[in-house]
Design a protein around this ligand. Structure first.
Ligand code: AMP
Ligand code: MG
Length: 497
């Protein structure tokens, strides 16, 4: 028997979303591109997904990653969803430039979506071209892999290919396709899509699907709709707390960009802060600062309120009763966010026990950082060194343009540390595990993207390798830990759609 050499790439698809009713999606194949070329393959992720990296780098594999060939077992579709964008509801958004090829079960037994982003127009494209530019694709690649190394839930990036076709944005840019891997691509907006159509049957099916896929324990609950609300709220509270603890600004926290699985998703114009500014905004499209750093916890609550609304007709037959139940679930968000955030702050300060004044101690440091113009990431990182060795305080102090706040704070912190029975070495080791030294700083990301756009991916590769070990000391890589020089500061980020 001869084996068709053009069909050797084996991706172990196991698709379930496509079994949902047809109004959940539009079936269509990606639109082929002229001259696909692989820019980056995530070899370890490929293995984790049960795919052979050598397969994916073959011409056949690259054709698949570009959308030029639909692999065996794929059942490509564009998902329908709605969403509140900057507070305004759009009853129909959907995958306008992405196609779900299908799902695979990874080595850990977890079902994951395999999606092409930038793969051509779909029935949901509206006025868009269905394409993505290389810069934003590599940006998503860098940020998603940085998140993975930081241990923060986020979609992953399996591959980036250039298409050989230009895309028209403000200028003509090289086109690219990202292969995105997600726990699922189901969003708050997916629920809103059906709620807006008063399609309770679809909502019920979606709930059962999401519970089976993401929150199986909710199936046992007395009221599975409330159990799902609780699970999604808890996941979102934990996630946003993690963002706040690393200085991450999502940039477009629209309800269509909120993953039901609790992963960071669709972080187009996102950024990590350099100097701490509680109301920092980077996104060029966020003119009113709706999604500023410090607004994120309450925007998440707003988004969860929109999610809750979609389930009210199912939560209880009586409307008033349903609203009361929904409100009670929403009220559980803030305590959970606070608990996760405050536990994280304690760990960042090197505290292994909890005392009354700890939160105030932490917020006073943040205030000193804001007032002193100190770098968020490095302040916490250097605190680890100072914890065991006050002679290192000078390095910490050097981060503050105006150190008076820090000077007043350090003795209070040391007094608090003295009440813990932890050795200095243990404390520093624990702090170094929660305070990264390396984050995807905007100026480094910009440098990697602009050189990659000019055809040289060495800076992109180097940045990825540094960001893969954010908590390690990396001798020789000090440059990647440094904040930007004044002329390197990136003031705005763009989603590039
Ligand atoms: P985003 O801001 O990337 O989360 O996208 C919001 C909506 O716009 C989603 O429905 C996207 O699919 C759609 N969209 C974004 N960019 C494009 C594009 N270039 N072509 C078609 N649809 C797009
Ligand atoms: Mg989106």
């Amino acid at each position: 028997m001869t084996v068709d050499s053009a069909a050797r790439v084996a991706i172990p698809f196991d698709n379930t979303y496509v079994q949902l009713p047809e109004r959940f999606y539009a079936r269509l194949a990606p639109t082929p591109v002229i001259a696909p070329r692989l820019v980056k393959l995530n070899v370890s992720l490929a293995r984790e997904l049960g795919m052979d990296p050598a397969d994916l780098t073959s011409p056949e594999g690259v054709a698949i990653l570009a959308g030029n060939r639909v692999p065996e077992g794929a059942e490509p579709l564009a998902q329908a969803y709605a969403g509140h964008q900057f507070g305004n509801f759009s009853p129909q958004l959907g995958d306008g430039r992405a196609i779900l090829l299908g799902e695979v079960i990874d080595k850990a037994g977890v079902r994951r979506d395999v999606q092409l982003k930038g793969s051509g127009p779909t029935p949901f494209s509206r006025r868009g071209d269905g394409r993505a530019a290389l810069g934003p694709v590599l940006r998503e690649y860098i940020i998603s892999e940085a998140f993975a190394a930081l241990g923060i839930p986020a979609t992953r990036s399996l591959a980036a290919v250039v298409t050989g076709e230009p895309v028209a944005r403000e200028t003509m840019l090289p086109g690219a396709v990202l292969t995105r891997i997600a726990g699922s691509h189901i969003r708050v907006g997916t629920f809103q899509y059906f709620a807006a159509r008063q399609d309770d049957d679809a909502l019920r099916e979606l709930v059962d699907y999401v519970i089976a896929r993401h929150y199986p324990q909710a199936a046992q609950a007395e009221n599975k709709y409330v159990a799902l609300l609780d699970a999604v709220i808890a996941a979102q509270a934990r996630l946003v707390a993690q963002w706040m603890l690393v200085g991450f600004i999502h940039g477009v926290m629209n309800t269509d960009n909120v993953s039901i699985a609790g992963e960071t998703i669709d972080f187009g114009p996102c950024a990590f802060m350099d100097h701490f500014d509680p109301m920092k905004i980077f996104s060029s499209i966020d003119q009113r600062g709706r999604y500023a750093f410090g607004n994120q916890p309450r925007i998440a609550a707003w988004n969860l309120a929109r999610f809750t609304e979609t389930l009210l007709t199912l939560v209880a037959p009586d409307k008033e009763q349903a609203v009361a139940i929904g409100q009670a679930a929403l009220d559980r968000y803030k305590p959970q966010f606070d608990a996760a955030y405050q536990a994280g702050l304690r760990a960042k300060l090197g505290l292994s026990t909890a005392e009354e004044g700890d939160v105030e101690l932490a917020t006073d440091l943040l205030a000193a950082m804001a007032q002193g113009g100190a770098d968020f990431t490095l302040t916490f990182r250097r605190l680890g060194a100072s914890a065991g060795d006050p002679s290192r305080d000078a390095e910490l102090r050097a981060l503050f343009m105006e150190p008076s706040g820090l000077d007043a704070w350090l003795p209070r912190w040391r007094e608090r540390l003295a009440r813990e029975a932890v050795s200095n070495a243990e404390r520093k080791a624990a702090m170094d595990k929660v305070n990264p030294g390396f984050i995807p700083r905007n100026h480094l990301v910009e440098e990697a993207l602009s050189t990659a756009e000019a055809g040289d991916t060495s800076a992109f590769e180097m940045l990825l390798s540094v960001l893969a070990r954010p908590f390690d000391e990396q001798p020789g890589k000090e440059r990647y830990a440094q904040p930007p020089r004044p002329e390197e500061i990136v003031h705005q980020t763009f989603c590039g759609t």
